[in-house]
Design a binder for this molecule. Structure first.
Ligand code: SF4
Length: 344
């Protein structure tokens, strides 16, 4: 796989404190008879100007993590069952909902996968982008319109003056996602979470949206958490990656290291399931089996039912996430073998 160095210059851990830091965060979803452990004691951090990608299949816990950071876990049912979410050093888990709401927009913002369901169909696009500005900045009608048109130009929506008065259904999927980005950036957030922001779009529009996000990030020096199941998008756009499986971080490190020297069988499985430049035919190798039921996770390593290298040790004992090289961690009992020899 081709990996490309990103153009942003994130702050490094030596230079600054994390913008957001998850410490042993656990999330559960409670229903009448069962508890699904969606996220299990994960720790990660994001710095200003940096893009951290959280990568994994559906049900890996990546979107639950994003919703927990935003304080948007579904209620009732979604519960932070342990750990901390520290934003600029303050633990948000202890904050009330009203206190959390004050952070939306200028500190934390999110772009969802499906713009059409996130936008109100009966309000004009201009009105929706301007809503946060009216409520939080007390701007007049004229000032709000001026700023909204600036934002629409910033996200490269052509003919912004005319489009300002139009409704979401009058926009293509790619243009709706640009509206969502304008809405998310209206108050200059310090941290933007983009949850599968290009999944519904074709490849060309996907590349345009990701380039736009990177440009905006460079200009605003904001932290970006990119949630994705798409290795290509992650390889091209992230600085660091955390690979999640069944609510655990199974591998983490800088993107080039993880993709060029993967040290977890799940990461290798994901990489084998995407087409390479050289691939001209035949079937892609998908990872056999399905992600586990999180209400009844497997014993030991949660990946063992799908792993070709599983041993009794894997079935009995859960591997810890351990450093195998500076900044590169893997949660596999045989991480060094996988790193050096691949999977059998
Ligand atoms: Fe596979 Fe065992 Fe490593 Fe889990 S711990 S990924 S089952 S080799």
């Amino acid at each position: 796989m081709k990996t490309t160095a990103t153009t942003t210059q994130p702050d490094t851990p030596a230079e600054s404190k994390p913008l957001v830091e998850l410490r042993n965060l656990s999330i559960e979803f409670h229903s009448r008879n069962k508890i699904a452990k969606a996220v299990n004691s994960i720790s990660l951090e994001v710095y200003q100007g940096e893009t951290l990608a959280i990568l994994g299949e559906s049900g890996s816990g990546k979107s639950a993590t994003a919703l927990a950071i935003m304080g948007l876990l579904p209620k009732p049912g979604g519960v932070i069952s342990g750990g901390e979410i520290c934003f600029e050093g303050k633990n948000l888990v202890k904050w009330t909902e009203a206190e959390r709401r004050n952070l939306y927009g200028d500190s934390l913002s999110i772009i969802f996968q499906d713009p059409l369901s996130a936008l109100n169909p009966v309000l004009t696009v201009g009105y929706q982008i301007g809503e946060a500005l009216r409520k939080r900045k007390n701007l007049s009608k004229k000032e709000t319109k001026k700023r909204v048109i600036e934002l629409m130009n910033l996200v490269r929506i052509p003919d912004a003056e005319t489009r300002y008065k139009q409704y979401p259904y009058q926009f293509s999927g790619g243009m709706q996602q640009r509206v969502m980005i304008a809405l998310a950036l209206a108050l200059n957030p310090k941290l933007l979470i983009a949850d599968e922001p290009t999944t519904a779009l074709d490849v060309t529009v996907q590349a345009q949206i990701m380039r736009l996000l990177k440009d905006l990030q460079t200009n605003n020096h904001m932290g970006l958490i990119l949630i994705s199941h798409d290795l290509g998008v992650v390889a091209e756009n992230a600085d660091r990656v955390a690979v999640m499986y069944a609510g655990h971080i199974v591998e983490t490190g800088d993107v080039q290291t993880v993709f060029q020297n993967p040290a977890h069988p799940y990461t290798i499985g994901l990489m084998n399931s995407i087409p390479s430049d050289a691939q001209t035919g035949g079937r892609l190798k998908s990872i056999e089996g399905l992600p586990p039921n999180l209400a009844e996770p497997p014993s030991g390593c949660a990946f063992h039912p799908r792993c070709s290298m599983a041993t009794n040790l894997c079935r009995e004992r859960q591997p810890a996430l351990e450093e195998i090289a500076p900044g590169h961690k893997s949660a596999c009992h045989f991480a060094k073998d996988v790193l050096n020899h691949g999977i059998s």
